[in-house]
Structures are given as structure tokens and as C-alpha cells.
Design a protein around this ligand. Sequence first.
Ligand SMILES: C[C@H](O)[C@H](O)[C@H]1CNC2=NC(N)=NC(=O)C2=N1
Length: 101
Amino acid sequence: MLVEPLSQKEIEERLAELPGWSLDDGRLTRTYRLGSHFAATAMVVHVSQVQEELDHHSDLTLGYNTVSLAVHTHSAGGAVTEKDVELARRVEDLAVGHRAH
Ligand SMILES: C[C@H](O)[C@H](O)[C@H]1CNC2=NC(N)=NC(=O)C2=N1
């Protein structure tokens, strides 16, 4: 599927509705903090499940009690696309249930 790069303005509009997310080195990124290492691990598994469902994958990093994501679209030459925004929204939704902030 061909996905178009978002313009700078479009990225800023999407970010305005994704608190905590930012554009860092050309990728949509966010770090979540959790209550424990195990809680962070559980969130990684949940994010992985969503990524498989969407067939869209971030660089997903597990820390002691943190989960960090960085995503761009390889098939769009590494640009940020609507697929990255969709993944960020889905992660925001599931983060609530993990008490991630
Ligand atoms: C074959 C498969 O659909 C592609 O490799 C998918 C998988 N996950 C992906 N993830 C990301 N972030 N960008 C892609 O272009 C991408 N492409």
C-alpha cells in the first residue's frame, strides 16, 4: 500500500492531538513511565500485538520502568505518515489501561 508523507503542517496538527508525542529526528516519539518493570514489559507485549495487527512497527524500547517508541514509515522513505499517527493513537488508547504516563 502506498502511503504519502505528511507535510510539516499536517504533522503539527496531528501532534496537537497526541499530548506527550513529539517529532524527534524525523520520527514520532514518546516515552511512557510505568509503575514497575513488569508493568512496562506487559505494555510492550500489548504494543507489539497492536503493531502486528496494523502491520506497522515502531522501534520499541523497554527500560526499567519505561517504554519508548519511535516510528516512521520505511515504505515512504522514512517519512512520517498517517500510519505512524494511527499507531500512536492506538498506543495512547491502550496506555490508559496500563496506567502509563
Ligand atoms: C511487509 C510489511 O508490510 C512491511 O515491511 C511493513 C511492516 N512494518 C512497517 N513498519 C514501519 N514502521 N514502516 C513500514 O514501512 C513497515 N512496513
